[in-house]
Design a protein around this ligand. Structure first.
Ligand code: CP
Length: 310
């Protein structure tokens, strides 16, 4: 069973816990296909979406997840809050705490913000992406998508391509996939894929064509322009030449390989539209699975004891 009060990252989760979240998410998928897409599992609970950084997929899917579990949901957006009048992060959260929520879902540009929040709040904290640190529910929804399509997470060759340095998605995926019998290869420009990543138990191959050979899973990343603090590659033209996923490049991977991207996509930069919208792309399946994974996480964090069907 899942005994944690918070979900801050994947790094310290055991394989059994990951499997349990994915199995629970499998049950949640069915709820979203019913005519009445609602179960009473979190009736009486209040979830607060604390979004200090922009989001489309994560914010909306946490909102849908909470509502489908019958929780009450509050959306807080940093840009329209009293932060602009000088209120601190801690004061902001403590004022919301005074209204007695149950779960905080937090996205913030600062790495460590979810951990910091969990250090002083008495309520549960779910990390919805903190800086370049972790994005645990993204890795879980990626894993659910891979497991659905491939039957298992074991025995796969996974290639992660692009701005790994600034990617919380890459980190969380590496932490998750290394619990399984996977071979993970990172590829991208040298400054965005430092050799130090090998310490996480992955391979680094700067020649994308070589990295793709025999890959079962190709995970493309966006260049995180909002986190770039210097010049990491000479030009977008050069980036496209060496690291853009084209239909030709995709043929280097296994013929049944899946193409994943966490979104938002920069069409024409890391992905050509023929690949983004192609038959191997499971990008929209990832989005669908995001709701189920977030339902599972909210449910399990809350104790996961209520029946889903009454
Ligand atoms: N994948 C992801 O986190 O997307 P958003 O930034 O739109 O939430």
């Amino acid at each position: 069973m899942f005994k944690r009060r918070h979900l801050i990252g994947i790094e310290d989760l055991k394989r059994e816990e990951i499997d349990h979240i994915l199995d629970t998410a499998d049950s949640m998928l069915e709820v979203s296909t019913r005519n009445v897409k609602k179960v009473p599992a979190l009736r009486g609970k209040t979830v607060v979406n604390l979004f200090f950084e922009n989001s489309t997929r994560t914010r909306i899917s946490f909102e849908l997840a909470a509502k489908r579990l019958s929780a009450d949901l509050l959306n807080f957006s940093g840009s329209s809050s009293s932060l602009s009048k000088g209120e601190t992060f801690r004061d902001t959260v403590q004022n919301i705490e005074a209204m007695h929520p149950d779960i905080f879902v937090i996205r913030h540009a600062a790495s460590g913000s979810a951990q910091y929040l969990s250090s002083f709040t008495k309520y549960s904290v779910v990390n919805a992406g903190d800086g370049a640190h972790e994005h645990p529910t993204q890795a879980l929804l990626d894993a659910l998508t891979i497991r659905q399509k491939k039957g298992s997470l074991d025995g796969l060759k996974v290639t992660i391509v692009g701005d790994v340095l600034h990617s919380r998605v890459a980190r969380s995926n590496i932490f998750l996939l290394r619990n399984y019998n996977t071979r993970i290869t990172l590829s991208g420009p040298v400054p965005l894929v430092p050799e130090e990543f090998k310490e996480l138990g992955v391979e680094v191959e700067y020649d994308l064509d070589k990295a793709l050979e025999g890959s079962d899973i190709v995970m493309m990343l966006r260049i995180q322009r909002e986190r770039l603090s210097g010049i990491f590659f000479p030009s977008l033209r050069e980036y496209r030449k060496y690291y853009q996923m084209t239909p030709e490049r995709m043929k280097r991977a296994d013929k049944n390989a899946l193409l994943l991207h966490p979104g938002p996509i920069n069409r024409g930069v890391e992905l050509m539209k023929e690949v983004a919208d192609g038959e191997q792309s499971v990008i929209l399946d990832q989005v669908t699975n995001g709701v189920a994974v977030r339902m599972a996480v909210l449910y399990l964090i809350s104790g996961g004891t209520n029946e889903l069907d009454h």
